[in-house]
Design a protein around this ligand. Sequence first.
Ligand SMILES: [Ca+2]
Length: 461
Amino acid sequence: MKRLFPLLLLLLMSFTLIDAPSHARQPNRKLNVLFIAVDDLRPELGAYGNALIQTPNIDKLAAQGTRFELAYCQYPLCNPSRTSLFTGRHPTTTGVLDNRTWFRAAHPDFITMPQHFKANGYKVLRTGKQFHGGIDDTEAWTEGGETRQFTGAVNTTAPGQVAANSDRIVTLEGNGESHGDYKSATRAIEYLEKYKDQPFFLALGFAKPHSPPTAPKRMIEMYDTAKIKLPPDFAPRPKAPPGFPEISVPPRSSDLFIGRDASETEAREVIRAYMASTTFTDYNVGRVIEALDRLKLRDNTVIVFWGDHGYHLGEKGKWSKHNSLFEIGTRVPLIFVTPKGKPQVARQTVQLLDMYPTLVELCGLPMPAGQQGHSLAPVLRNVKAQWNHPAYTVTFFQNKLGKAVRTDRWRYAEWDDGKAGAMLFDHTKDPHELKNLADNPAYAKTVAEMKKLIQQMPYEK
Ligand SMILES: [Ca+2]
């Protein structure tokens, strides 16, 4: 047996060589990544069960890969959410809790996802919004990096809020050719044509459906306002319902209906425009996927589609995402299409910051230090994979840190460690989060368990 062993080993090695996947023998055939970011898109999509909205291209992607039913952002605002996912760290570690802070000032050592792919031989290409506007990780990209627009750690010149009339609906001609999102998709197609023969990480970002609602006229006309249902907790202005902490619903919306009431008629018109705006994004997604298929890149490309946080369209009277720890403010669409992956729906509670370690694993790159997310690769291989990670979201409002945790059944949130209020919702009975159970003694044990989970969230003082 001792003499046989080297022989067996040799035999085994030769089999391994024969069975090696084709890309292992060709150094240029690493998996590509097409990374599609959408600004302020809640899971308002056909693939997520909305029968009214027209999103055929995104629905098709969902039907070809893994759709995550319970995916959550780490902060319900652009810059903190995106900084978290691009660094693979919770906002409580990056220290970025607003739209004005640049993470590199405090953490020059962090290796961002585009930076890591570039360092590993990828052409890393950016078109449209990835990091928050004006705070790009400029050097991380091979092409398309945006110059940072201020010199300090904090942008002191940024305007506080967008214009008060941002719920004015913008109508475009034709297919929206004049709009930046159409042009971002065109640039993505040019990148595909230019870099099709080398490993690429193409990050494509769409600004819509972020306010103001914008869409080609023909897409707005696809929808009949009479068919649009208002949410069960619709209110003309933001207001914490009875039994909810005051801090849970900021008194002023920051995207739409800023500082004014929304009538039911106006609300339906703005929801229609949000849907049309999403259809416009879907149309541009379709243009890029068509080019990917035309260039025969599908077999060697991972496609990821995601939104940066949730969004209230009148739920609890709120028209924005800012400081919401509700399901509607934190839940996002997340779809992965991998070569040879099978269509499936995952119900694990996953986080946007899981994307970085996932893509690193799928592409066979070394795992950078400091990752606080978990690779989704086991779930992509088998939707029944074990998963014991809850999803966390934080927000900083009125000088108080709010923390939320989501398990497959419960959502729990508390502000200032519970001193400024807490919320508990049972998602098996209350998908719209209409009944706060946090102060109900019958749920004290669940509250204690959820508080324990919250204490496990990485936190850097
Ligand atoms: Ca956003």
